[in-house]
Write a protein that binds this ligand. Sequence first.
Ligand code: GRG
Length: 303
Amino acid sequence: MTQQHLAFADWLQSRAQHIETVLDDCLPAADAQPARLHAAMRYAVLGGGKRVRAALVYAAGQACPVNGSTVAVQASMDRAAAAVELIHAYSLIHDDLPCMDDDVLRRGRPTTHVQFDEATAMLAGDALQPLAFELLAEMPIAPALVVQATRALAQAAGSLGMAGGQAIDLDSVGRSLSRDELQTMHTMKTGAMLACSVALGGIVAGASSATREALDDYAHAIGLAFQVVDDILDVTADTASLGKTAGKDAAGNKPTYVSLLGLDDARALAEELRVAAHAALVPLGDSASMLGRLADYIVLRDR
Ligand code: GRG
């Protein structure tokens, strides 16, 4: 492993540990009433996950020259990073429910509805969403930036973003999708929240429109790359290393990049997107180095 990779691995681990404490602080205490709901929220959010979305917020913020108080910006980055992880956790809880993907394993543990019950799991997801927006509303930065961040998260999670992508996904089972249709579904379902994480880092830092455009191009590439790799891992990795059930896509007769392109071309596409992500970062210079390493991580990861 090179020095550069070691530095990145340490940075990613330290960001993951940091966001864990931020999330711990912002979630209601497990014994606060209604205790079962709060315990389920904490179970779903804490103690697992790669924290890629939080890392993207921090890395994007790092790529921008900061306007205003750095203390306020750092506190706001924490809230934005926690907000995307909360929305992500809610989406995983709901995705695992019997009415959707019906899965029993997530992050190497029983899914939330298995550990608690379906109604509690649904409510935990429901309650994590407004908590995410509450955190954004509390960001101590210019109100105009708070509004922009709130709108970005609402759009990414909504019917033209993640929830809409999930609807297309559920509707596509057993059907064949064209490459364009598959890309639209994934750009909405998975890409929108990843892209939003990058955008939030730029918004909180008060980035210029030129910087935000470069971040958007980067975000588009890694958003899609993440899903292409997810499709590849579903075929090539095992349940133990993924921490979720492997082989679900084929078993569920779902269209994927692997079923559409084959494994080799799906791998080539992921590599193409990794290169495109790096190209988008060129105008941002050295300060975007962690975003570059995150693009490598997203494409080269094994879980
Ligand atoms: C229920 C509205 C609603 C949406 C669900 C995110 C999602 C949409 C479904 C998850 C299904 C899935 C496995 C999608 C593939 C990509 C993805 C989001 C994987 C999980 O994200 P990771 O790998 O998870 O970042 P960790 O556990 O590391 O946080």
